[in-house]
Design a protein around this ligand. Structure first.
Ligand code: NAG
Ligand code: NAG
Ligand code: NAG
Ligand code: NAG
Ligand code: NAG
Ligand code: NAG
Ligand code: NAG
Ligand code: NAG
Ligand code: NAG
Length: 820
């Protein structure tokens, strides 16, 4: 019955690059998935010649509703020759998008893809490879993007069609939303059409379709590349943008974009717009029990900032890179606002705080110039010994001196990232304690590096811990990390920035690097509010992140959640602005809106996956499970889920379903199974556990035995707090001594049931997060369900005021996200 012989090779490259293949006839299914990086790189050039099926139609339809975009790409191909040909469907999609659907129409039949758990798909893939099937990797050649590729063997003189859907939440930057559609059909297409439909709840403003981009450089907007798109405003809140180049125009554009005319158009079609907004509290939209809150206040003056530039001048920056860095800094320094202040640190083997007034008096840390003793690993160097220059006001004199000194930077030596960042934080502390005037400034650290740490502390994990725990009190500052070039450890910088309330941006090593740096700086140049907290009524649950350390002008904060059956009350937003404390409230709740539930799911999965990267090993599994649950429920392909294409026969589909449920029986050993469902296969689990760091008690505090004389009935058996605690932690009863003292490896400590200690003591290794704050056990109920035994508790224990046993309590930031 099924006469079409299919040979599938399927590739989907998410963050890591991947490849999965399976023969349709032997396994009944085809797996598309992602996996940790694969080295099976092969040649990327998809050769286009007459032996390639013709794409006679390519339609891209993007439906944007309340910033949430659902894009469907339809590609129809025809094999006109009398032999079998391989049709390749290859789509570049934004890094932030999740694929949510894929259908192939071959021989008049539709083959629909399903989203499945990744490990399962991997098993099938390995079988396919073992049975000798080829696999290929198509490298991603467009910045900040992923590629989806599938190739199908087409019978002579047959037709095929591919339908791919992906979804994403558009991000606001520099004052507008931007929808980027990659067009890379690989050949001129007779019927090429892009249609972007925008439906917003507020008036659409500044709608435009700027010149096409290559996707690999920015800045040189070429008027010849004007897409001449048709911009149609239906009403205030609805618009359609159409781009419909004919064959001749496609060739022309291909030529202008620097590709071979016969390879067709290869570029990005871009639509930009913004919406009119509530100047204060933002917009709250609701639909069927879900809400989303968009917040981008328009009437706040920027906060003055103290910006510390920490710049890599190690030898690897030699050549173009340092040149581009200088060029970018020249521009950035010129853009500092009045009332801003700044400091400059360059680092290589040692870090150097630059003195603008006398470059010869710049202060090195920890040692001069190239001085480095190979025995030296300690970071116990006393800052009091160093007299660093104060922050400089961003006045024209200082800016001129700074530009001059930056232009003379020279590269040399190794890369001591830890010392450089520590000095940066120290400068923030100094600026806060010996103010140059009466202005409170928002500190910001901009850290740029192109390499791995090579000097002193070289473990990226150690650096992350040490810097994150040092970044407290008067030193507290968000760290924005710029990774430069190909050798840099992007994952490390991502984690570091995430844990320090910042984000990372990769600067691609290309002619436009200086422009990329400037573009990044513009995003963070106008902080409007610090410590922004969204407060919702009690009926609200399943909230995404509600606390944001900093909000920048031109961007947007988004919170989403469920509000149950009750009416949603108006939220309150608190923050610290240029004029002091700010309390804002949106004016109304808007309804009905569309897409809100999917938007919520998208945002929740994104934040969970981000959190997974910095979570404790144990917690990582649970976060992954929760993300997977949602990804399966909403059919999103993420780094934890995969696409599976099943032959259109119901029995086959059922088999695949069965295979997936086998793994779901096991329970987590700590009994924490509220996220239900998925359990990684045994081999995976072992891997995870193998990587778990040895549990250690955090010992920067010197514990000593409390004086037992004063403790008579420390734990009043009848006390309700005690009862609650031992109900939550049954093992506790057996390990407390008569006096209510808990014996830990480092000594005996009180539970402090009557105490409320608000000391802000940082600690490592909370049960959820890598870091947290030390809290009395009864003050951190959120983690009780995770503390299943004394052994588990010991891993997360910390000591307060030398006499109380505490637990490293995770940052509140994510409680709601995890529903703890
Ligand atoms: C890929 O193939 C093209 C032509 O077939 C060749 O010019 C190019 O060098 C190859 N690239 C790599 C990385 O092998
Ligand atoms: C666009 O998406 C919205 C929300 O999902 C939906 O209501 C609308 O029908 C869609 N429009 C088109 C033309 O697909
Ligand atoms: C296959 O699916 C596409 C997209 O949903 C649809 O347009 C097409 O008609 C379907 N074809 C068949 C044969 O069912
Ligand atoms: C700079 O700060 C001073 C004092 O707070 C204030 O009066 C002045 O308006 C600020 N200038 C600008 C341009 O923000
Ligand atoms: C800094 O040192 C250089 C070389 O040692 C010297 O030529 C220059 O005059 C010094 N500059 C100042 C401001 O002291
Ligand atoms: C941030 O704001 C919250 C609530 O408004 C407040 O409890 C907290 O102390 C603030 N944190 C800082 C570091 O100012
Ligand atoms: C919710 O608000 C609407 C309109 O404001 C009102 O008609 C309705 O009774 C309210 N429902 C509840 C449960 O309060
Ligand atoms: C599925 O396969 C069975 C057995 O090969 C066949 O009898 C049935 O018609 C197929 N169903 C569909 C929908 O193709
Ligand atoms: C804590 O308070 C309860 C009730 O007020 C009291 O009985 C108990 O002795 C107190 N414990 C300590 C250690 O102070």
């Amino acid at each position: 019955m099924d006469s079409v012989k299919l040979k599938f090779v399927v590739i989907i490259a998410l963050c890591f690059g991947v490849i999965f293949a399976a023969p349709a006839d032997s396994k009944h299914s085809l797996i598309v998935s992602s996996t940790e990086s694969s080295n099976r790189e092969t040649n990327n050039s998809l050769k286009i010649n007459s032996d390639v099926p013709r794409i006679y139609q390519m339609h891209v339809k993007s439906n944007i509703s309340n910033r949430f975009a659902r894009t469907t790409i339809t590609s129809k191909v025809r094999n006109i020759v009398t032999k079998s040909l391989e049709a390749v469907f290859s789509i570049v999609l934004p890094e932030t998008a999740f694929i949510s659907g894929f259908i192939m129409e071959i021989g008049g039949k539709n083959y629909t893809a399903y989203v499945k758990e990744k490990e399962e798909a991997k098993k099938e893939y390995e079988q396919a490879v073992a049975s000798g099937l080829g696999a290929a990797h198509v490298a991603v050649s467009v910045r900040d993007s992923n590629r989806f590729t599938i190739s199908v063997n087409m019978e002579p003189q047959s037709k095929a069609a591919f339908y791919l859907t992906y979804e994403e939440l558009l991000k606001r930057g520099n004052g507008y939303y931007e929808q980027v559609i990659n067009l890379h059909p690989g050949q001129p297409v007779k019927d090429l059409r892009v249609e972007v439909l925008i439906a917003e709840s507020r008036k659409i403003v500044d709608l435009k379709a700027p010149p096409l981009r290559s996707g690999n450089e920015i800045g040189n907007e070429n008027a010849d590349l004007d897409p001449r798109a048709d911009l149609k405003i239906i009403d205030d809140k609805t618009a359609i943008v159409r781009f419909n180049p004919n064959l001749e125009r496609q060739k022309q554009l291909a030529h202008l974009l620097g590709t071979n005319e016969d390879d067709g158009l290869a570029g990005q079609f871009v639509v930009q717009y913004d919406v009119e907004r509530d100047p204060n509290g933002g917009e709250v939209l609701i639909q069927d029990g879900y809400f989303v809150h968009f917040f981008a206040p328009t009437e706040l003056a920027p906060l003055p900032k103290h910006i510390v530039f920490v710049l890599d001048t190690s030898s690897s920056m030699e050549g173009e890179k340092i040149k581009q860095l200088k060029e970018a800094m020249d521009n950035i320094l010129g853009q500092l606002h009045t009332n801003d202040s700044f400091s400059l640190v360059e680092f290589n083997t040692n870090a150097k705080v630059l003195d603008l007034n006398n470059p010869n008096a710049s202060v090195w840390y920890p040692h001069e110039s190239n001085a480095y003793n190979y025995e030296e690993h300690s970071d116990e160097i006393n800052f009091e010994k160093y007299t660093f220059p104060n922050a400089y006001l961003a006045d024209s004199g200082n800016i001129k001196k700074a530009k001059d000194i930056v232009s003379k930077l020279i590269v040399r030596g190794g890369t001591d990232i830890h010392s450089a960042l520590k000095v940066g934080l120290r400068l923030v502390e100094l600026a806060n304690s010996r103010k140059i005037d009466n202005i409170n400034r928002q500190p910001i650290i901009v850290f740029l590096t192109d390499g791995d740490p090579t000097v002193r502390i070289t473990s990226t994990e150690d650096i992350t811990y040490k810097i994150t725990t040092f970044n407290v009190g008067l030193r507290r500052s968000p760290i924005f990390a710029l990774s430069f070039g190909e050798l840099v450890d992007k994952e490390f910088l991502k984690k570091l920035a995430f844990l320090n309330a910042g984000f990372t941006k990769h600067i691609y090593e290309a002619a436009d690097a200086a422009l990329q740096l400037r573009g990044f700086y513009e995003q963070i140049s106008s902080p409007l509010l610090a410590n922004v907290t969204f407060k919702y009524g009690p009926s609200v649950t399943s909230l995404t992140k509600t606390n944001f350390p900093i909000h920048f002008g031109g961007s947007e904060l988004i919170v989403s959640g469920k509000y149950g059956t009750n009416n949603l009350s108006l939220p309150i937003i608190k923050g610290w602005g240029a004029a002091g404390d700010v309390h804002l409230q949106p004016l109304v709740i808007e309804r009905p809106a569309s897409n809100i539930e999917r938007l919520w799911a998208y945002l929740t999965i994104k934040q969970l996956l981000e959190l997974k990267e910095v979570a404790d090993t144990n917690m990582e599994k649970k976060i992954k499970k929760k993300a997977l649950d949602l990804a399966l429920r909403y059919s999103f392909v993420t780094s934890v889920s995969s696409l599976v294409v099943v032959k259109p026969n119901s029995t086959d589909a059922v088999e695949t379903e069965k295979a997936s449920s086998q793994d779901e029986e096991e329970d987590y050993d700590d009994g924490f199974d509220r996220f239900g469902g998925y359990q990684p296969p045994a081999n995976h689990k072992q891997q995870v556990q193998g990587g778990e760091p040895t549990p250690t008690l955090h010992t920067t505090l010197r514990p000593k035995l409390p004086s037992t004389t004063t403790v008579t009935s420390a734990v009043a058996e009848g006390s309700s707090k005690y009862k609650l605690l031992v109900t939550a932690l049954p093992w506790l009863k057996n390990v407390l001594n008569m006096n209510g003292i808990l014996n830990l490896p480092s000594g005996g400590y009180k539970l402090g049931l009557n105490e409320t200690i608000t000391d802000n003591v940082d600690c490592l290794k909370s049960p959820i997060f890598l870091i947290g704050h030390c809290s009395l056990l009864h003050n951190c109920p959120h983690v009780h369900s995770l503390l299943t035994s004394l052994n588990v508790y010991n891993r997360h224990a910390c000591i307060l005021r030398n006499e109380y046993a505490g637990v490293c309590c995770p940052d509140k930031l994510f409680y709601s996200l995890l529903q703890l």
